[in-house]
Ligand binder design. Structure first.
Ligand SMILES: Nc1nc2c(c(=O)[nH]1)N[C@H]1C(S)=C(S)[C@@H](COP(=O)(O)OP(=O)(O)OC[C@H]3O[C@@H](n4cnc5c(=O)[nH]c(N)nc54)[C@H](O)[C@@H]3O)O[C@H]1N2
Ligand SMILES: Nc1nc2c(c(=O)[nH]1)N[C@H]1C(S)=C(S)[C@@H](COP(=O)(O)OP(=O)(O)OC[C@H]3O[C@@H](n4cnc5c(=O)[nH]c(N)nc54)[C@H](O)[C@@H]3O)O[C@H]1N2
Ligand code: SF4
Ligand SMILES: [Mo]
Length: 739
């Protein structure tokens, strides 16, 4: 890194100077005083509360500006999600500011080039918005306002959504649903009538027994979750981990179940079987709140631990003992539902099975199980009404996925390709690298090919920006105000994001871009506020809180309602029956299994291994690999290969190999991690590496991409999620890829 070269240094210090002033409210006076006085005023340390954007836990944080320069970012001790500490990624977040690879100016694809040619013309903001607005009007004239879709993952997406709705465009999607937590929400809503939500409502710090099936807490780092998990471990909670890979969490477990990938439903059915047949389920909870238990009990009678052994490879005694451990500690025991649940195509049913075991433990609204979350309803800004939506949304035409309760990103992609029920001709992509986050990349490219307009807002020249017609460079979270964050958690709260430093090259925040675009579209009246702070103040004050206090503390809290039944939490279940549905009539009516069934998934042929993937503690998806600080910690991933398998191939630890999938797609070179800590029938690759944007030099072809190898996808018939653990790879050594 040469970010401290003199030129850059001057640029940074000048930039920081002005912004620290804004944040402390002395900007106007500073501008009138002498340079010397300004210098003096900039001395010392200023602390500006905000919330982190390196992942979607959105921890409360404090930006420290020392002598006018960005110094560090730490956890906000007033905030429940960070508890005063940030994770490695949160701390390293400042690297975004120092990166020299950031997008700096708006770009328009050069006339006469193809999407993906990566040939650009630098334009002014005004030129960019004129270009976009003209194109939008043309598309609207030809296809209607419905021919647009927003894809977004991040707080700033709210402003683009507002502009698009004002234009009459309601279509949207995000990979954080149909490629992530969708099946979990469906499985839980079907059973308990409520979402798990984010942050998850799991009362893990009070749990006496925790089970994790394919949830790799420790590598998956969601700050307070990890802190609470450690607290529970310290307090002697027993841990059950089912994972084909000996994860960090597995290394802390009392029971480690090296399960064959794709067979979790068999294990869950066997646990239900043990709890019911040994009569150790929570009878009071089931009697008070359950419905359909008799039919359910009959169904699970068939799934003995011996039956499950044949599917999962887990010793029947281990299945029994672990089920008894869960029961012994109930209701202070919990199966954490995980988050990234789009794995095999029957995922909503797998998550329903997880919900059902939890229901047998009787842990809903109970200490050590799931608590009843609290949130502050922050009233929307009083905007003019949007034009009526007189068309069906394009993400789930005909409601073909009847239990989807958010928009299906890959459904929009499909509609864009097929033009059924109508053409989608414009995509707005905000802070989501669709090339890396939606599986079956060819389909994404095919859909992009069918567009008349692709606008991408990002902070780096990532893969998705390469296919754009217009690229809008956003200021990073360290440099901007943003939408408020009001999580549903133990205590109801509102958090604010505010600038700590000025953007290094005049990049702009989402709210500003969305507002300017609205003005170009003659929709300026949809932004009756002039400054983002007017907007934020109006909303915070209309929720009954002091905006000034929020700015000063970074977080404000409302009054907490009871979390547990024992404290008076109401036991309402928003299912059709108003009960916990052990047997689901609504699933049966829609043509699905009322109690989950086990289905066998395709297995790898000899010489192939199931491709599993997950997280590294120091990176988030594909969005942090170019952050210079986090890049220094880990610049490429490694593929985990079982030691016996590696030996049979003659592959040594640290050797570079390639992976080739069942469809002949070959990965970039990747280092092998030869280990005993993974089953022989799978390999494991941390997600987010092997990026292919040549303009982003620090990440270009560093490591291998799981996303590139995921060409086989199954769609969850309940909610439209794309299952991604259905791909098999073989190992290719240098002599063969060269020969
Ligand atoms: N550091 C970091 N933390 C993050 C994120 C990040 O990018 N970086 N992302 C956040 C987000 S949005 C999400 S969704 C979560 C994702 O984190 P999790 O919800 O924990 O989900 P996965 O990534 O699917 O979990 C991967 C684990 O599942 C195991 N596994 C794979 N297949 C199977 C199977 O068939 N059965 C079983 N029992 N185990 C299996 C893998 O070996 C691996 O240990 O992480 C969150 N936390
Ligand atoms: N193969 C595979 N696919 C997956 C997963 C997986 O593990 N493997 N995980 C799935 C899961 S759980 C999830 S939640 C999704 C996540 O999917 P995405 O949300 O699409 O995650 P990223 O790929 O990191 O894309 C984030 C993009 O935002 C940009 N960015 C970062 N900061 C800012 C900012 O401040 N402003 C703007 N405008 N842009 C910014 C980054 O440069 C990057 O291009 O992916 C899903 N898809
Ligand atoms: S868990 Fe880490 S990366 Fe995520 S918001 Fe919190 S500090 Fe930031
Ligand atoms: Mo996710």
């Amino acid at each position: 890194m040469n970010q401290f070269s003199r030129r850059k240094f001057l640029k940074i210090s000048a930039a920081t100077f002005g912004t620290a002033a804004v944040a402390t409210g002395v900007g106007s006076t500073l501008s009138k005083t002498s340079a010397k006085a300004q210098e003096k005023a900039a001395k010392g340390v200023k602390q500006i509360p905000t919330y982190c954007d390196i992942c979607f836990w959105k921890c409360g944080a404090i930006g420290h500006v020392k002598d006018g320069k960005l110094w560090k970012i730490t956890g906000n001790p007033l905030d429940d999600l960070s508890k005063g500490r940030l994770c490695t990624r949160g701390t390293g977040g400042v690297g975004y500011y120092f990166s020299e690879e950031r997008l700096q100016q708006p770009l328009i694809r050069q006339k006469g080039t193809e999407r993906g040619d990566d040939k650009w013309v630098v334009v002014t903001w005004d030129e960019a918005f004129t270009f976009i607005a003209d194109k939008m009007q043309e598309i609207k004239k030809n296809y209607g306002a419905k021919a647009f879709s927003l894809f977004s993952h991040g707080q700033g997406g709210a402003f683009f959504k507002h502009t698009l709705k004002a234009f009459g465009s309601y279509n949207e999607g995000a990979p954080s649903y149909a490629q992530c937590k969708g099946p979990r929400e469906t499985g839980f809503v079907l059973t308990f009538g409520e979402h798990v939500g984010s942050p998850e409502r799991v009362d893990i710090k009070n749990s006496k027994c925790i089970a994790l099936l394919g949830v790799h807490i420790g590598e998956n780092v969601h700050n307070s979750l990890l802190q609470e998990f450690s607290e529970a471990m310290k307090n002697g909670a027993s841990l059950i981990v089912a994972d084909p890979r000996y994860s960090i969490a597995a290394s802390k477990s009392k029971f480690y179940l090296p399960i064959k990938a794709g067979t979790d439903i068999a294990l869950l059915l066997a646990w239900m079987n043990v709890l019911v047949t040994e009569n150790i389920y929570n009878k009071e909870f089931v009697a008070n709140y359950g419905i359909g238990f008799e039919q359910f009990a009959q169904e699970v009678a068939a799934y003995s631990p011996e039956w499950a052994y044949a599917e999962t490879g887990i010793d029947p005694e281990l299945i029994r003992e672990s089920a008894r451990e869960l029961a012994k500690n109930a209701p202070e025991s919990v199966i954490h539902p995980g988050r990234h649940t789009t794995k095999y195509g029957d995922d909503s049913q797998r998550l329903r099975a997880i919900a059902l075991v939890n229901a047998l433990l009787g842990n809903w609204n109970q200490k050590g199980g799931f608590f009843q979350p609290n949130s502050i309803k922050v009233p929307a800004y009083p905007y003019p009404a949007y034009p009526a939506k007189d068309y069906e949304l394009a993400d789930n035409p005909g409601g073909m996925w009847p239990f989807a309760d958010e928009a299906v990103s890959t459904g929009i992609r499909e509609t864009t390709i097929t033009e059924e029920p109508y053409p989608i001709k414009g995509w707005f992509v905000y802070a989501t690298n669709l090339i890396h986050s939606m599986p079956d990349r060819q389909k994404t490219l095919e859909a992009i090919d069918n567009l008349d307009l692709l606008v991408v807002t990002d902070i780096f020249p990532t893969e998705i920006t390469g296919y754009a017609d217009v690229v809008l460079p956003e200021s990073s979270y360290l440099e901007r105000f943003d939408e408020l964050f009001a999580p549903a958690f133990r205590r109801p709260s509102i958090l604010i994001r505010q600038p700590i430093v000025e953007p290094p090259n005049g990049q702009k925040p989402a709210w500003w871009m969305a507002k300017k675009l609205a003005e170009k579209l003659n929709l300026g009246h949809y932004y009756p506020w002039n400054d983002i702070e007017d907007y934020l103040r109006t909303r915070v004050e209309s929720a009954g809180f002091s905006y000034d206090k929020l700015k000063k503390d970074g977080v404000v809290y409302g009054s907490t309602k009871p979390l547990y039944e024992s404290e008076g939490a109401e036991m309402n279940f928003y299912t059709p029956s108003g009960k916990v549905e052990f047997y689901s009539q609504q699933l049966l009516d829609a043509g699905f299994d009322p109690v989950p069934k086990f289905t066998r998934h395709e297995e790898p042929t000899p010489g192939f291994y199931r491709l599993l993937f997950g997280r590294l503690p120091m990176h988030t998806f594909s969005k942090t690999q170019a952050n210079p600080i986090l890049h220094d910690m880990k610049s490429e991933n490694e593929v985990w290969v079982n030691a016996d398998v590696a030996e049979s191939w003659g592959i040594k630890n640290g050797q570079y190999i390639r992976l080739m999938n069942q469809d002949g797609v070959m990965s970039n070179t990747v280092k092998t991690k030869v280990t005993e800590m993974i089953r022989k029938d799978c390999v494991y690759l941390p997600h987010g590496f092997g990026q292919t944007s040549e303009r982003l030099k620090s990440t270009y072809l560093k490591g291998a991409s799981d996303a590139g190898l995921i060409t086989n996808v199954k769609i969850d018939p309940l909610m439209g999620g794309t299952a991604m653990n259905l791909n098999f790879v073989t190992l290719v050594t240098e002599d063969s890829w060269q020969g």
